[in-house]
Design a protein around this ligand. Structure first.
Ligand SMILES: Nc1ncnc2c1ncn2[C@@H]1O[C@H](COP(=O)(O)OP(=O)(O)OP(=O)(O)O)[C@@H](O)[C@H]1O
Ligand SMILES: [Mg+2]
Length: 229
């Protein structure tokens, strides 16, 4: 199968006044279509930066990012947002739910961006929320939810469009271990049944090594690219 994500000599430097932070340094890897990969590394090692760059939410200082065969550096902002909406489902570390929308509306939103007909959006969002055990919370606002419930809404929103690529930043960080493992099982089923490429960032050793492949980041560099048996 072909590569769906490729980073070539990607570096990211943040400039803060006189200080420079090298968040990523010469990062190279490719992920094939249908792979399930975990990214692990200590806090501040560059994991979220890497995820934001893969998802075209941020641009590298140097190097190339090739997503679904396209060199993203040559794309306009409009083309990038089309690529994101059509191809990628994000679970953000801080959830990023829209505070003035209900749970149901939050999950319906990416369906609108993906131009799914209005009549179909509600039913699809309901199914995605039911799957996350949130049938009773659909009309709530995000601030009325616990951290773990918000996280599950974020996962429903990322999966509802059946994207080609799911990028999940600590998707089990706010969940108890049983719920966390259920989420990973859901991702594995989506990966197996739909061939979706899944990249998860995790601090949890058990979850990280349950993926067939783990990329270890340390101080912005790839330290190890490991196949788990
Ligand atoms: N917008 C920014 N401006 C300046 N520095 C930043 C910015 N975003 C990240 N950094 C810095 O880049 C480095 C990598 O940050 P990143 O968020 O990618 O780490 P992480 O591996 O996701 O950490 P965590 O596990 O705590 O979420 C850190 O030193 C961080 O302070
Ligand atoms: Mg992070």
């Amino acid at each position: 199968m072909g590569k769906v994500i490729e980073l070539q000599a990607v570096s990211k430097t943040y400039v803060m006044g006189e200080n420079e932070v090298n968040a990523l340094v010469n990062v190279n890897f490719a992920i094939d279509e249908g792979e399930f990969v975990s990214i692990m590394g200590p806090s501040g090692s560059g994991k979220s930066t890497c995820m934001n760059i893969i998802g075209c939410l941020d641009t590298p200082t140097s190097g190339d990012v090739i997503i679904a065969g396209k060199y993203t550096s040559k794309m306009t902002e409009k083309e990038l947002s089309f690529l994101r909406n059509q191809t990628v489902g994000f679970v953000f570390q801080q959830y990023h739910l829209l505070p003035n929308m209900t749970v149901l509306e939050n999950v319906m939103l990416p369906l609108r961006y993906k131009k799914i007909p209005p009549a179909e959006r509600k039913a699809l969002a309901q199914v995605a929320l039911e799957r996350m055990g949130l049938s009773e919370r659909m009309s709530h606002l995000p601030h009325e939810l616990s951290g773990g419930q918000k996280q599950r809404v974020a996962i429903a929103r990322a999966t509802v469009t059946e994207p080609k690529i799911i990028l999940a930043d600590e998707p089990t960080g706010a969940l108890d271990s049983e719920t966390g493992h259920n989420v990973i099982d859901l991702f594995k089923n989506i990966n197996k049944n739909s061939g979706t490429t899944i990249v998860i960032i995790t601090h949890d050793d058990g979850i990280g090594h349950s993926a067939p492949r783990t990329i270890h980041i340390f101080d912005g560099r790839i330290k190890k690219d490991e196949r788990n048996v």
